[in-house]
Design a protein around this ligand. Structure first.
Ligand code: UDP
Length: 366
């Protein structure tokens, strides 16, 4: 069988690309190493009737109407506004930082109009590099040393296994600081969880007569036997180039599931543990889709260095290597025969909506 396009990986980026190209009349073959589609947003319903995210919690949120519209073609979204509590100083405190967080931490009761001044005085008593050189500088320059130590310093050390000073200030941009009382994790216009799960959403994306799917097959093992005008690669960037500029680090997680004979475990879907215990956060999955069950399944996340590659690690060293690899990518893409998309292939800390937006744009160029 002849294909117009080979896509390496059936995650969100590969599946989005496959669908768009299939609808343009291209014959597409998707080759996936795992025995399931949906990449790291894979989920499944367990025997207790609870939808578990196999590789850790995924919440869809975006301000990009095009990404929302595209995803919404393949699923209904269950309305969900993500709220996180952080367990610090022996209390559960709303996170990210907003007026209520500050009042609870400092035992005060300032109004929203006083938050900016309060944070400015915290920052004035702290030292940091300006402009920020690293994650610590980026956070301390916004909220001061005390709140940084309470919520960020140790969480970041656990999550990334290194000093926060070694990480890019970019990582801090993921977490907002609010002067109002908005207690949501994200303030994006569109937010939700696919009503029948992410796997069902991806199944529906790939369900097209022009798309063939090969699961449980490592493309690197069969690439010589394949022939197509275009290949879209969504796997690990360094592996593609046989590590010629050195290995890129990817951070992984041990995800430990427990099902408990109780209806509820915690008040919100996710509780962060910056300072205590070895895990970074606990997710109670039934809360995402408001699933009813006398049982509850919770997931403890223990960050680790080796294993399934979940996160890019934004240190100077990794980003310098990334730049070298991406120069090679640019050359390949200029030939018109290759496209590199997604978190692993672009070595970029993308969210799901950004994966869809970037894929839609890149594929349109083909
Ligand atoms: N972070 C933190 N404390 C928290 C939550 C996040 O210090 O309670 C920092 C940490 O470095 C983390 C980064 O912010 O890796 C991004 O957090 P996010 O919740 O976006 O991480 P993800 O959901 O991608 O694991």
């Amino acid at each position: 069988m002849n294909y117009d396009v080979i896509i390496v990986g059936a995650g969100l980026s590969g599946s989005t690309a496959a669908r768009v190209l299939a609808e343009k009349g291209k014959k597409v073959l998707v080759v996936e190493k795992h025995r399931h589609v949906a990449g790291h947003c894979h989920d499944y319903r367990n025997e207790y009737g609870i939808t578990v995210h196999t590789y850790g919690p995924h919440i869809f949120h975006t301000n990009d109407a095009a990404a929302w519209k595209f995803a919404s073609r393949f699923t209904d979204f269950h309305f969900f506004q993500h709220r996180v509590l952080s367990y610090a100083d022996g209390q559960l405190i709303p996170f990210p930082i907003n007026a209520d967080t500050i009042n609870q931490v400092f035992g005060i009761s300032i109004g929203v109009d006083e938050v900016e001044g309060f944070l400015a005085s915290q920052v004035a008593h702290s030292s940091f590099n300006s402009p920020p050189k690293n994650f610590r500088d980026a956070v301390v320059s916004q909220i001061g040393k005390r709140l940084y130590s309470t919520f960020f310093e140790e969480y970041t050390r656990k999550q990334w296994g290194r000093d926060p000073e070694l990480l890019s200030p970019e990582v801090a941009k993921r977490i907002p600081v609010r002067t109002n009382r908005d207690g949501r994790y994200f303030s994006d216009h569109y937010q939700g969880i696919p009503a029948r799960g992410y796997t069902a959403m991806i199944d529906s994306m790939l369900d097209h007569p022009n798309i063939s799917l090969m699961l449980g097959t490592d493309w690197f093992d069969i690439r010589e036997d394949l022939d197509a005008k275009t290949t879209i690669f969504t796997g690990e960037l360094d592996r593609f180039f046989d590590y010629k500029f050195g290995k890129l680090e990817y951070r992984s997680l041990d995800l430990v599931l427990k099902t408990l004979d109780q209806e509820s475990y915690q008040n919100v879907a996710v509780v962060n543990y910056p300072n205590d215990y070895d895990w970074t956060r606990i997710t109670e999955y039934k809360k995402f889709l408001d699933e009813k069950s006398p049982w509850t399944t919770v997931c403890f996340e223990y960050p680790k260095q080796e294993g399934e590659p979940f996160y890019v690690v934004m240190t100077d060293d990794n980003m310098a290597k990334r730049d070298k690899y991406m120069q090679e990518v640019e050359k390949l893409e200029a030939s018109g025969s290759w496209l590199f998309i997604g978190r692993l292939a672009e070595y970029k800390y993308y969210n799901m909506d950004q994966v869809i937006s970037a894929t839609l744009q890149k594929v349109a160029r083909l």
